[in-house]
Design a protein. Structure first.
Length: 286
């Protein structure tokens, strides 16, 4: 099966198959109709409706303020737009940390109301592991998320690479095994040393999807805006494949200058009355 066939909806079975065949999994964020359409039509394997929308779409300086309703709104749009990619919805900060029951309820909303095929949970606390198990048993695939977990930015004191010394590295290796055992279908490894990510990947039967975790993961995820060159901040882990910010700024500048100069709209952007109608109107004015 060719995952670039956009008539096929990628599933968790495809994720497992791709890991077994060493075929890299490609994931990208999308938050609206246009980004979802472009990502899906490109043949990207998976779309993540990430709480990164807080920083890329909403102007916050972290992902913490993003609400379940924010994610749900975008998930509806993305799932309705895409026909190929495996759609994963983020569980935002405090949407699952309060209780097992609330986590189950909120995740079910993202699937039932939003149309997601899976949800993503940060961390590997006892509650998170229990929730991964409960959701998996209920038929909701879960993508785990370890390493730099942005919802914990206030605990970390900023956005820093994780697992660079012995104790944190061993803890991450153990957490990866725990989320797999709990029932996760995949795990995102964010901003950890490449060597550590490679070792974790080799120890798991589920796919690892890296972001700032080197080439040794089973797949890679990136933020749409980072790839497109939208925004002034470029993370170390991101590569700009386009310079959309410059293109947009140029287009807006030309629109401004042409309108001010009376050059826009031109004949191509205008319509006209039929001559007899124009003449009748002129006669009425007399």
């Amino acid at each position: 099966m060719d995952t670039k066939n956009v008539n096929h909806r990628v599933t968790v079975k495809d994720f497992a198959r791709m890991k077994a065949l060493h075929e890299p999994i490609v994931m990208c964020t999308a938050y609206d109709f246009h980004s979802a359409r472009l990502v899906d039509e490109a043949g990207i394997d998976s779309i993540l409706i990430g709480d990164s929308m807080g920083m890329t779409m909403m102007g916050y300086d972290s992902t913490v303020p993003v609400t379940l309703d924010d994610i749900l709104f975008s998930t509806r749009i993305v799932s309705r737009t895409s026909h190929h990619a495996f759609v994963v919805a983020d569980m935002p900060f405090m949407s699952f940390q309060v209780s097992y029951e609330e986590g189950m309820r909120n995740a079910s909303r993202l699937v039932k109301e939003g149309g997601a095929q899976a949800v993503k949970l940060e961390g590997a606390t006892d509650l998170t592991l229990e929730l991964i198990g409960g959701l998996s048993e209920a038929g909701i695939p879960v993508v785990a998320h370890l390493g730099l977990t942005p919802q914990s930015v206030n605990t970390f004191g900023g956005y820093f690479s994780q697992g660079r010394t012995m104790e944190p590295a061993l803890r991450l290796m153990q957490e990866a095994l725990e989320v797999e055992k709990a029932g996760a279908c995949a795990v995102v490894l964010e901003c950890i040393p490449a060597e550590l990510a490679t070792r974790i990947t080799a120890s798991l039967s589920i796919p690892s999807i890296g972001i700032g975790a080197g080439i040794g993961c089973d797949g890679q995820v990136q933020v749409f805006h980072d790839l497109m060159g939208l925004g002034t901040f470029q993370p170390k882990h991101a590569k700009r494949y386009a310079h959309a910010e410059e293109i947009a700024a140029d287009a807006l500048g030309r629109f401004l200058s042409e309108t001010k100069a009376g050059e826009f709209p031109g004949e191509e952007q205008s319509t006209h009355l039929a001559p007899d109608v124009e003449q009748s109107i002129e006669e009425l004015r007399k």
